[in-house]
Design a protein around this ligand. Structure first.
Ligand code: D5M
Ligand code: FE
Ligand code: ZN
Length: 547
């Protein structure tokens, strides 16, 4: 059935994070074995492709030994599988709706949701995409706490050991190196810095290290100094190597691998390739085995003059409607309250000046969420915990105040496994830094999910040390993304954006605070009053607007 297989191809590509050109889908559907042809097309698409085009498909078919169309004959019955997601309608913001409009839209371009006046009752939630939902709205959803599975991993609350001594920093960086170099080791045959220094000139060599320095030279090349546990070694990236794009993405202190050839005097490595730890394209996300949803929100900022109580109330009212029955989880990625003394002159915009009173009021508003909802919270930079990351999940007194509906209060970052879906929650302070350091097209406030892609690529939520993001030394580098998450949830920049990177859904969830004076002064238009709702069975997203 051609229609059926087209839809399945689109949905399979979506699961891998791609949009698809209509002609590409037609070509794939016509291949003798669409599965193999699709895999080959994905393999042949350039790393930064967001959309599979007919050119990718043709190139894949031409380049596959024996021809993709032939090589698959024996595999024909398998069709395109939708192993765990159960197919489902795809979401045009996270990639996947076949479209033939040029140029290829990014996974999350366009306005986040409509202010569409067409008949939608004012104040009632607006669905961004009218796509689904087969299972959700029609049949009655049974909320059964027995069916829930929620596990917290990587919570460092109560485990902080760092005292800020020099050796603590050394331990943190050793741990970062140990765990991230392991990810890269499969990709290159590396040698320690001290061994490279002893190799004869002209040898091929590879090194894995933390970036100590990146400098451009007078002649337009780049000098990168890497450090491992044995020492440092310089690599020179020549401007004609086509690596400018990769060098652009390098952040200080992150772990990378460089491959190349040693100079004749063996004093420097001429780089041919540079690798980030990255997320394998083969990552297969987990999925709930029933239709159930999670609201991913952040940046409530209770206590600010700009806290949007009306929008919050509309959100919590909606959570009590039958339509929201599947929303059994609410995940909050930090900045529960506005805090005090966070920014200069912040007191001029405070509605509640006492920090405890802010948390008490926040707790009152949280009680408006249905009582049988599972709530998970991590702190952000406005919250009353240490600013340096990882941030522990509050002291006993504040935990007591926020203990609403048995909420789980964990560290920033933390991983929460919700019915088989691993969600990495991180407040997102490093996003400001990634956005400041990288070129606009790689990371911007308008597309915060792209900054998140960079963190996934670096397998670290806050690679740069000593900059804007404060990092606390610990025995372990809790900020390393050791296990690839299925969903990466952040906030902080108050912008809504989402998209898929190598099958990982990155969601930055907006805020519940209207524009502040500071934001006005720097022309930041926050996305306020949105609740991204995630289907845990299909990893599709619906954004609801309450402002
Ligand atoms: O951060 C909200 C966003 O605004 C985030 O991108 C930082 C930025 N921001 C907000 N206020 C300031 C000041 N005063 N200086 C620098 N950057 C700022 P949030 O954590 O909610 O304040
Ligand atoms: Fe915030
Ligand atoms: Zn913040």
């Amino acid at each position: 059935m051609p229609l059926e297989s087209n839809a399945r191809i689109v949905s399979e590509l979506a699961r891998r994070g791609y949009n698809a050109e209509r002609e590409a889908v037609t070509l794939l559907a016509g291949a003798q074995n669409p599965v193999v042809a699709m895999e080959a097309a994905v393999d042949h698409a350039p790393d930064d492709a967001l959309r599979i085009t007919s050119d990718h498909v043709r190139a894949a078919i031409e380049n596959t030994p024996g021809n993709a169309t032939d090589s698959l004959a024996d595999d024909r019955d398998s069709g395109v599988t939708t192993d765990r997601s159960g197919g489902g309608v795809t979401d045009d913001r996270s990639g996947g709706v076949a479209d033939d409009t040029a140029p290829g839209p990014t996974p999350a371009s366009g306005p986040p949701a409509t202010d569409d006046p067409s008949g939608t009752e004012r104040g009632s939630p607006v669905e961004t995409k009218g796509s689904k939902n087969e299972s959700g709205s029609a049949s009655k959803h049974v909320r059964d706490p027995e069916l829930r599975q929620l596990e917290i991993g990587n919570d460092m609350t109560g485990n902080s050991t760092g005292t800020g001594e020099y050796m603590d920093f050394v331990r943190t960086f050793r741990d970062r190196y140990a765990r991230l170099s392991k990810v890269l080791r499969g990709r290159v045959t590396h040698r320690p810095a001290e061994a490279i220094a002893d190799m004869p000139g002209g040898s091929d060599a590879a090194m894995i290290g933390l970036v100590n320095d990146v400098r451009s030279t007078k002649s337009g090349h780049w000098l990168i100094e890497l450090e491992d546990t044995t020492g440092t070694f310089p690599a020179l990236v020549m401007k004609d190597k086509g690596l400018a794009d990769v060098v652009d993405e390098i952040l200080m202190d992150e772990c990378v691998a460089v491959e190349g050839t040693l100079a004749d005097d063996a004093g420097i490595l001429f780089a041919d390739a540079l690798h980030f730890p990255d997320v394998p394209r083969t990552h297969r996300p987990g999925a709930a085995d029933r239709h159930v949803q999670a609201a991913l929100i952040s940046d409530v900022h209770v206590g600010s003059d700009e806290f949007m109580l009306d929008a919050w109330n509309r959100f919590t009212d909606w959570l009590h409607t039958p339509e929201a029955d599947p929303v059994e989880y609410v995940l909050i990625a930090g900045d529960m309250v506005e805090g005090v003394g966070v920014y200069p002159n912040q007191d001029e915009e405070l509605d509640i000046v006492d920090i405890y009173e802010q948390y008490e009021t926040f707790a009152e508003h949280l009680k408006d969420v249905p009582g049988d909802t599972e709530i998970v919270m991590i702190p952000g930079n406005h919250d009353a915990v240490r600013l340096a990351e990882p941030q522990p999940g509050f002291n006993e007194e504040l935990r007591g105040i926020m203990d609403v509906h048995d909420a789980r209060i964990v560290s920033n970052p933390a991983t929460v496994t919700v019915e088989g879906v691993d969600v990495l929650m991180y407040h997102g302070v490093s996003l400001d830094e990634v956005i400041a350091e990288l070129p606009e097209e790689k990371a911007s406030y308008d597309e915060p999910h792209k900054a998140m892609y960079q963190l996934l690529k670096k397998r670290h939520v806050a690679p740069q040390f000593g900059g804007h993001t404060r990092v606390a030394p610990e025995d372990r580098d809790y900020l390393v993304i050791e296990n690839v998450p299925d969903v990466f949830h952040t906030g902080h920049v108050h912008k809504l954006g989402w998209g898929k990177y190598h099958n990982v859904l990155a969601v930055n969830s907006g805020c519940w605070q209207a524009q502040t004076d500071f934001q006005k002064s720097v022309n930041i238009q926050p996305d306020s009053g949105f609740a991204p709702i995630l289907d845990l069975d299909t990893l599709e997203m619906t954004v609801r607007k309450f402002a």
